[in-house]
Write a protein that binds this ligand. Structure first.
Ligand SMILES: Cc1ncc(COP(=O)(O)O)c(C=O)c1O
Length: 375
């Protein structure tokens, strides 16, 4: 069983996708055309903000949002140690220093740890809404407001997730999304977007993504980048955005089936966290156990593909030259987490098979090896 199944994903909506592509190509609409504008409008409406600007990755969305917030050399930007490297690379490429903090039980930024890391040099914070769960944005917004910091949301994994009925990407100065093919809203290749209510941020991202040029006047305002979301991509993403609410519901159903099947195994910690104010979308279904590596091998031997996000903390990649922030929670997470198959195409039968394997694995372990993860 593959972790995700792009062929089945395409097969299910082939007619709509094929039409979007051929229609765009037949019209010759390749760059900065109506399909992009339509998708941006629909995305902004979906997130609940005034503007969405299509770019070619979440990395670039983050980089542009930080630049728009005025982040540069001499500044510090706080984010979590448990995130994809792109979050931190975006900070590094502005010339600012990334300051990494540990996460809470739900793998997201803890407001108190964020506040403890604030210094006079702190300019912005990047809360990362990991695995389809929004951070505690009440706590994070309060700390950011108190210290006058810009909030740039890394919402790469959280399109459609909400906190107090507000969607990821609508809390901060800017929200940053990824349409990498395996995301909940996945394109044909790399893609991303900046969302914002701020017209200056929207204008900056719109210009800087395309060499800094104001297309109306032909004036170049910045040394920009070549980082557009292509029209064909936008046309396909627009089709998929219409399906996203049903796909999210499907993911939530699959998550609840995993929960039913696995909750009796005391060696596992499942990703069902407290708080009725959260609506989680399960970009990843991440379980946690001290015998992660053995479990993963067992699942592999039984035909179940899994992923690990991420195998070691970022600062252990020596060539990145990051200071070791000594984040014990992030370090244990890297040793203990495993992501189970989860997508719009995951079926109840897939869940049954995966759950069966996991149960067999734990049942076959001698009791003395059964270490309980403290909760
Ligand atoms: C949390 C997080 N931030 C940023 C990114 C970068 O997204 P992209 O690949 O679109 O640049 C990812 C991609 O996996 C991610 O998971």
């Amino acid at each position: 069983m593959p972790f995700i199944d792009p062929r089945e994903h395409y097969r299910r909506i082939k007619g709509e996708i094929d039409f979007a592509i051929t229609d765009t190509l037949a019209k010759g609409d390749l760059v900065l055309r109506q399909q992009l504008r339509d998708f941006e409008q629909h995305l902004a409406d979906f997130v609940g903000v005034k503007y969405a600007i299509g770019v070619n990755s979440c990395y670039h969305a983050l980089h542009f949002a930080l630049l728009a917030a005025g982040v540069g050399p001499g500044d510090e930007v706080i984010t979590v140690g448990h995130t994809f490297v792109a979050t931190v690379s975006a900070i590094v490429h502005t010339g600012a220093k990334p300051v990494l903090v540990d996460v809470a039980d739900d793998y997201n930024m803890a407001p108190d740890r964020f506040e403890a890391a604030v210094t006079p040099k702190t300019k912005a914070v990047i809360p990362v809404h990991l695995n389809g769960r929004v951070c505690d944005m009440d706590g994070i917004s309060a700390v950011a407001k108190k210290h006058g910091l810009a909030i740039i949301e890394d919402a790469a994994q959280a399109l459609g997730a909400t906190f107090r009925n507000k969607r990821a990407g609508s809390f901060g100065l800017a929200g940053c999304f990824s349409f990498y093919p395996f995301k909940s809203l996945g394109g044909l290749g790399d893609g991303g977007a900046v969302t914002t209510d701020d017209p200056e941020v929207a204008r900056f991202a719109t210009l800087v993504r395309f060499n800094g040029e104001d297309r109306q006047t032909g004036e170049f305002h910045y040394h920009g980048y070549t980082a557009l979301l292509d029209n064909v991509q936008a046309a396909v993403l627009d089709v998929k955005l219409r399906h996203l609410p049903e796909w999210i519901e499907h993911r939530r159903t699959i998550a609840s089936l995993y929960r039913k099947g696995l909750e009796a195994i005391e060696e596992l910690r499942l990703p069902h966290f407290s708080g009725s104010e959260y609506f989680d979308t399960y970009q990843n279904y991440v379980i946690r156990t001290e015998c992660r590596d053995e479990l993963r091998e067992y699942l592999k031997a039984n035909g179940v593909e899994t992923l690990v996000h991420w195998r070691k903390p970022m600062w252990e990649h020596k060539d990145l030259a990051l200071d070791n922030p000594r984040l014990s929670e992030t370090e244990s997470i890297c040793r203990e987490v495993i992501s189970l198959p989860m997508s719009a195409e995951t079926t109840p039968q897939h869940v049954e098979m995966t759950v069966g394997c996991i149960r067999d694995f734990f049942a076959s372990r001698p009791t003395s090896l059964r270490t309980t993860v403290a909760s």
